[in-house]
Design a protein around this ligand. Structure first.
Ligand SMILES: Cc1ncc(COP(=O)(O)O)c(C=O)c1O
Length: 372
């Protein structure tokens, strides 16, 4: 079977790799030659720099965002019998991480135009067992954190931010990962700060939590061969950390490129009847991880664009509360109406920093032809 590559790809790292290949290979070689392959200087350096970037005192490197969420919840002593409020309009790992602790996710609906947790609905999900709110800063924009924090403080709930898609995004000038008890990040290749494999980090302003996270990521040990508590093996790899150290200074310029592409989409697609563009709220900077439009003719439009050689994706076609794997949670169809409507109408357009302006303009032209 031959796989046909679309003319305009949804995402690609190859252009970026060929531009910086020598830097990456030098970084990998420096690890291989260092004599220290696990939790060495590269991880320590990245943790310091990433914490500074996020505006927090501590960052702890782990092997994925799924594990970052899981460890953050564990470090906050969340487990069986507890409930964590989150959204079903997210990637499966958000919910998988909650379940891995033994806690139960409780879903609230989302805002239709930003796709983000509707914090006015927290009251509907809170119970005696609620211990934590887990907002997901989806597609590159942060959730409305001020009312969320006020709500959490009122009921003494912890807050763990899922920052997988919003590294560097801000809310009233504060970066993602700096407004909760902990923030969980993904460095999966497609992310705004992506490496060449798996990687993740937890940020926190609470040093005692950072110490516990360091223990939990390394078999529960502070010193060799002695477990202070039950722990896990989920460390950020030295090689991935070395690559992240090369990439971090390029994060903001790469987001500027994403914003330029989003402008081309915003300007070119405005005013089309039946097509809605993603909303950005006042006081928030959007990282443009994804550019997601809404249309009742989603499947038809996606097929049309594929025919024009333009790759698109649906993030996400199935809301988690209705997936077979999570039916046991007991949510019926219709229980999260906005989430369910979005799953049927959203479409993400090509978006990555190296996407040429001309290709973004071609996407605009093709969408306009579809609606002409
Ligand atoms: C919102 C969200 N949370 C968590 C994750 C999990 O990230 P990782 O693949 O690093 O475990 C992802 C990754 O797709 C994500 O998009």
């Amino acid at each position: 079977m031959t796989i046909s590559i679309p003319r305009i790809r949804y995402w690609s790292y190859l252009e970026e790799y060929s531009a910086h290949r020598d830097d990456y290979l030098r970084a990998v070689d420096s690890v291989f030659s260092s004599g220290r392959l696990i939790l060495g200087q590269q991880v320590a350096t990245f943790e310091d720099r990433f914490a500074a970037y996020c505006g927090v005192p501590c960052a702890v490197g782990v092997n994925s965002c799924t594990d970052a969420l899981f460890l953050a919840l564990k470090a906050l002593d969340i487990g069986p019998g507890d409930e964590v409020i989150t959204v079903a309009n997210t990637a499966v790992p958000t919910v998988a991480a909650i379940r891995a602790t033994g806690a139960k996710p409780a879903f609230v609906d989302v805002e239709e135009d930003t796709f983000l947790m509707d914090v006015t609905q927290l009251d509907r999900a809170v119970t005696r067992r609620t211990r934590c709110i887990l907002p997901v800063h989806l597609f590159g924009q942060m959730v409305d954190m001020l009312p969320l924090r006020e709500y959490a403080n009122r009921y003494s709930l912890s807050v763990v931010e899922d920052c997988a898609q919003a590294c560097g995004a801000t809310y009233n000038g504060c970066r993602a990962g700096s407004l909760g008890d902990a923030g969980a990040f993904s460095f999966y290749p497609t992310k705004v700060l992506g490496t060449f494999g798996d990687g993740g980090a937890v940020t926190t302003s609470r040093p005692e939590l950072a110490l516990r996270l360091k223990r939990l990521r390394m078999y529960g040990m502070e010193n060799a061969y002695y477990a202070e508590e039950e722990g896990y093996n989920t460390r950020l790899d030295e090689v991935q950390a070395a690559i992240l150290n090369v990439k971090l200074p390029g994060l903001d310029p790469s987001v500027e490129r994403r914003r330029r592409i989003a402008e081309i989409y915003d300007d070119g697609l405005a005013g089309i009847d039946g097509l809605s563009l993603p909303a950005v709220r006042e006081g928030r900077s959007h990282q443009r991880y994804l550019y997601t439009i809404r249309t009742a003719r989603r499947d038809e439009l996606q097929r049309y664009l594929a025919g024009e050689g333009i790759e698109t994706k649906v993030n996400y076609p199935d809301p988690i509360h209705l997936m077979r794997g999570y039916r046991f949670l007991g949510y019926a169809p219709g229980s999260l109406p906005v989430t369910e409507r979005l799953a049927a109408t959203i479409l993400s357009l090509p978006m990555y920093p190296e996407l040429p302006n001309e290709q973004a303009a071609e996407v605009v032209a093709a969408v306009r032809r579809f609606y002409a």
